[in-house]
Unconditional design. Structure first.
Lengths: 286, 278, 465
């Protein structure tokens, strides 16, 4: 009899868990569902989006055609791609160089440098924003995508700790064997350690690629020309800037949001396993 | 160089409100209901100050030689000011009065019929005209009732801020003379009229305004009327807007529970306005 | 130099003095003329490079930098106001430029930084010459240029590795930071904006204004309120996300629950779209006239109700943050849960422990131990979590009663959103913003250093290697 009782209890508790998961799952997906729904709603002639199921509901793709036709979205997409790829390459290179040097090489200033970098990273990013703007102005670089790339990768060295944590776990034996065989330091770095660090490299590439897609604060300061906006700033200005923009642009905004979301999701899906490995590695050993 | 006025006035739906109705706030509200409201952006200092200016209250700013504000004096919180705020609060409490309005809500409201009258500026003219079509009408700001229910009850005209849209030339620009020529061209009389015809901006140039095309326009009439009851937007303390936004917001949230600590909020608002940092 | 390395390394100044006292005349001369020690010994390429560097730097300082550095220390940041002058030929007023305090400060800082770089290179030059002396004494050959280059790739590989990233860091992080920290000691705000106006040093006046009451002229109360909310927010944001993520992860991974991947995906969908987009979306949904109110037929001002210290907006912010943050903690906890050594569980089961007991005595302590550094970084990060607050409420409803006093702080402001508003407002106050930035730094630094030192005491990197 106890066997049956235990089984019922197990089923009941499982059922409870399912119920909780379903409710929470729906709650979590709801706003995104609203986003998708609005993205496909053709803005009615009245312009009102606030009623959920109005009588004149029409669904269609016109928001997307408006997005790519009327707004500068495709331009912004291109800009963001350029900035993301360049800053991703530069940032990853910088982070790898710094974390490798700080983790595997032994030199006199190692500890002090690590502490200084840690300390520097504790200043809020916005503090230096106007100063950076003026430095860029002195270099004649304001309003340019190059400036964005430089700003995003300039502070790359400050995020060394996750990668360093990972490099710390690589056993020295491989390195020593290679050196005994006559390999120089650069070769050790390039041919031996780097291939082993694939998960963390992918993680770094992912995070540094995604960040220009999501930043609208620095872009706002540095870029004034509408043609040079990134996707983030463009979408932000669509519903937050001009006086009437919310009504006219909300559906187009949702469409744009979907496009960006789709891009990021595909990226994540293809790299999912590396990403999870990356955060757990960084979190556990960081 | 100025080229158009920047003030606000009343837009209304002709089929619901008559000209006599829109002369006073109470008149407007009498024809409104919870589903057909009157919108007034109370949380925006540019609009809410009209109540105070109507009674002649204001502010006084002294500047030093570096053009920094050294002291600000604001008398919104004297006895009259308290009465004005009391009047504002009684309107905000009214369910026919939509106090948390902004441009997009007003446009949306005219569209689906939930707003029949609103106070905003000339830049919304085309959108509202599109939605109201034949029922489009404009007038100067109404009067509001002060000291309601007492022996001193009186009607006070709302006095709006009046500024001008200017075209200015950057002192540091490289082709300064060319820029100044362009500015003169842009703001010339003929171009002001052209501007009016294409976008409905009422010209500042007096002779342009006398042009019959401008004269016939409903908004131009409203603006010209309203300008007689306006306060030039000059020497405004930089600290004016945010505290008034706070005051308006407090009223709007107060309307939900029905309680609003008038004295404290008003005192805090004026204290914030009078705060200079020099 | 070989003998010295075994002992405790004396500091740089002592070594400089020692080099002077103990070095040859060539070394001593290289104190004045960079590169002399190298040239005298035949290391021509190296020596000339040093010398060239010295000449270039001297030229820079004479023609450009020196002036600004002088200004920095002279007690004011420019004294000539700009004005206007009537230009008869062009019939317009022409601007006569005066001193630009901002540029003076900026170039001054740049010059100072360059000066530090110069000092480093100078020290390298002296030590290089001293090293030559030592080698000659021992009868060794002096290293050729080629040998030096090669050492850069081998023993000193860290130099080419670190140089480019640090250069970027110097220009885009260190210099702006030094500059902004200095601004905290000036009165640079909207009333003192170059190029029209000048600003000047005011010492600690800004700090006084921030931290004292000064009969109503100080912001101390406002500052305290913002500070308290910043900590409260960081605490709730971090721990609600963590626990909920953990609980959901455990629910999903419970034995007997099917479709684990499905449940995980449902939650992860919420973070597929970039955070700022979803936040903007939430802002519109939670508006007074937004869709939530329409569905519930209420008109609650979710994000603008400033009663009870803006309790409603603050709660909504934390809730929305849960919506955004739980997927991340869920993923992380899932990953870690999968790796929990099962022997713990088996032992507990053999001993007859019940499910809650297992959770509280085994899973929870294990998770907390593993993720402690993560939690701390999250907490410090949430102190500076700009996006959530700014996009949802913009700092929140204006509250004149508790947040007034000309501070420009609003009721759901974190320190960092207050800082941002001060720099982007119509009437910016950069000096106050810099003071806040320094405060944020001090708090983050204190928190991180305390906790990291405790954490690193329990593990060591080389143990892994």
């Amino acid at each position: 009899m106890t066997g049956n009782f235990l089984k019922i209890r197990k089923h009941a508790s499982n059922l409870l868990v399912y119920a909780i998961l379903v409710t929470l799952g729906i709650l979590w997906v709801l706003p995104i569902g609203y986003l998708v729904y609005t993205a496909f709603r053709v803005t009615p002639s009245t312009g009102i989006i606030n009623t959920l199921f109005p009588d004149d509901l029409r669904l269609g793709f016109s928001n997307f055609s408006r997005l790519f036709g009327d707004t500068l979205f495709s331009q912004w997409l291109g800009n963001t791609m350029i900035v993301a790829i360049s800053s991703c390459a530069l940032t990853t290179a910088f982070i790898l160089m710094v974390s490798y040097a700080l983790s595997r090489l032994r030199f006199r200033l190692r500890r002090p440098i690590m502490n200084v970098l840690l300390v520097l990273g504790m200043f809020p990013g916005f503090m230096s924003m106007i100063a950076v703007y003026f430095i860029l102005k002195a270099m004649g670089l304001t309003n340019s995508l190059l400036a964005l790339v430089l700003v995003y990768s300039g502070s790359a060295a400050l995020s060394y700790y996750i990668c360093t944590g990972f490099f710390d776990t690589v056993p020295r034996a491989m390195e020593e064997a290679a050196i005994l065989d006559g390999a120089s330091q650069p070769i050790v770095f390039w041919k031996i350690i780097l291939p082993m660090a694939k998960p963390i490299i992918v993680y770094t590439v992912l995070t540094s690629f995604i960040s220009p897609w999501c930043d609208f604060i620095f872009v706002n300061t540095i870029i004034n020309d509408r043609n040079k906006y990134t996707v983030a700033l463009g979408l932000y200005k669509m519903i937050n800037a001009e006086k009437n923009s919310f009504n006219d642009n909300f559906t187009v905004f949702c469409a744009g949001a979907l496009v960006v979301g789709a891009i990021i999701v595909t990226l994540f899906m293809s790299m999912q396993k590396y990403y999870v490995e990356g955060i757990t590695a960084g979190a556990v050993k960081g | 160089m100025p080229y158009t006025d920047n003030t606000f006035f009343l837009y209304y739906n002709k089929s619901v409100l008559t000209e006599t109705d829109v002369a006073s706030l109470d008149g407007i509200l009498s024809k409104c209901s919870a589903g057909k409201q009157f919108a007034y952006p109370m949380a925006d200092g540019w609009y809410s100050s009209a109540f105070y200016f109507g009674k002649g209250l204001g502010f006084e700013v002294t500047y030093n030689d570096h053009l920094a504000e050294t002291s600000i004096d604001c008398d919104f919180d004297n006895a009259t000011g308290e009465a004005v705020t009391q009047a504002m609060w009684s309107y905000v409490k009214d369910s026919r009065f939509k106090a948390d309005a902004n441009d997009s809500k007003i446009a949306a409201g005219f569209n689906d019929g939930s707003i029949v009258a609103a106070v905003t500026g000339i830049w919304n003219r085309t959108t509202i005209q599109n939605y109201l079509g034949e029922n489009f009408a404009a007038a100067k700001l109404p009067t509001y009732t002060l000291y309601k229910g007492t022996a001193d009850e009186e009607q006070t005209q709302l006095v709006s801020f009046a500024g001008y849209k200017l075209m200015g030339v950057n002192n540091y620009s490289k082709n300064k003379t060319d820029a100044m020529d362009f500015a003169e061209f842009y703001c010339s009389r003929e171009n002001q009229i052209k501007h009016f015809e294409s976008r409905g901006f009422v010209p500042t140039d007096v002779e342009a305004r006398a042009d019959e095309r401008v004269q016939a326009d409903v908004c131009a009439k409203a603006i010209t009327e309203q300008l007689k009851h306006s306060k030039t937007q000059k020497s405004v303390p930089s600290t004016l807007w945010i505290p008034l936004e706070g005051l308006g917001n407090a009223m709007i949230t107060g309307a939900q529970s029905g309680s609003f600590d008038l004295k404290t909020q008003l005192k805090a608002c004026v204290a914030a306005i009078e705060k200079t940092t020099n | 130099m070989g003998k010295k390395r075994e002992r405790i390394k004396p500091n740089v100044f002592k070594r400089l003095i020692f080099a002077f006292k103990d070095g040859s005349y060539a070394t001593r001369l290289s104190f004045l003329v960079m590169g002399f020690g190298q040239i005298a010994r035949g290391q021509l390429a190296k020596g000339f490079s040093y010398f060239l560097f010295q000449v270039l730097f001297a030229l820079y300082m004479i023609f450009f930098g020196g002036r600004y550095v002088g200004h920095l220390f002279s007690g004011n940041l420019g004294s000539r106001l700009s004005g206007e002058r009537w230009n008869e030929s062009l019939q317009i007023f022409e601007k006569v430029s005066g001193d630009n305090s901002f540029l003076i400060l900026l170039y001054g800082v740049v010059s100072l930084v360059l000066f530090c770089v110069f000092l480093t290179v100078w020290a390298m030059n002296v030590f290089g010459s001293y090293e030559n002396d030592a080698r000659l004494e021992r009868g060794q050959e002096l290293s050729t240029f080629r040998a030096d280059l090669r050492s850069l790739i081998n023993e000193k590989f860290y130099i080419p590795l670190l140089l480019p990233p640090f250069l970027g860091l110097l220009v885009f992080t260190v210099m702006p930071l030094i500059f902004m920290v200095l601004i905290a000691f000036t009165n640079y705000d909207y009333a003192h904006m170059p190029p029209g106006k000048l600003f000047d040093w005011v010492g600690f006046k800004n700090f006084q204004a921030m931290f004292s009451l000064a009969d109503g002229a100080g912001f101390a109360l406002v500052f305290l309120r913002v500070l308290v909310w910043t900590f409260v927010w960081a605490f709730f944001a971090t721990f609600t996300n963590y626990f909920l993520g953990l609980v959901i992860a455990m629910l999903i991974h419970k034995k007997g629950i099917k479709l684990k991947a499905l449940w995980r995906t449902l939650f992860v969908v919420a973070i597929a779209v970039p955070q700022f987009v979803t936040l903007l979306l939430m802002q519109k949904i939670l508006d007074g006239d937004g869709i939530l109110n329409k569905i519930l037929s209420t008109n609650i001002l979710w994000l603008a109700d400033q009663r009870y210290f803006s309790l409603l907006p603050r709660t909504m912010i934390i809730l929305v943050n849960i919506w955004i943050g739980v997927p991340y903690t869920l993923l992380m906890c899932s990953g870690i849960l999968l790796n929990v050594p099962t022997d713990y569980y088996e032992a507990a089961r053999i001993d007859g422990a019940s499910a809650p007991q297992i959770f509280f005595k085994i899973t929870l302590p294990y998770m907390m131990h593993i993720t402690a550094p993560y939690l701390i970084t999250q907490f410090v990060g949430n102190i500076n979590n700009f996006n959530v607050i700014w996009l949802l409420t913009g700092g929140g409803p204006v509250d004149n009663v508790y947040y007034g006093g000309g501070s420009q702080a609003q009721s759901t402001d974190l320190l960092v959103t207050w800082l941002y508003r001060l720099t982007t407002d119509q009437n910016p106050k950069y000096n106050v913003a810099s003071v806040i930035g320094i405060v944020i730094f001090v708090i983050s630094a204190a928190l991180s250093l305390i906790t990291f030192n405790r954490a690193s005491a329990t593990k060591s990197e080389d143990a892994f290697q």
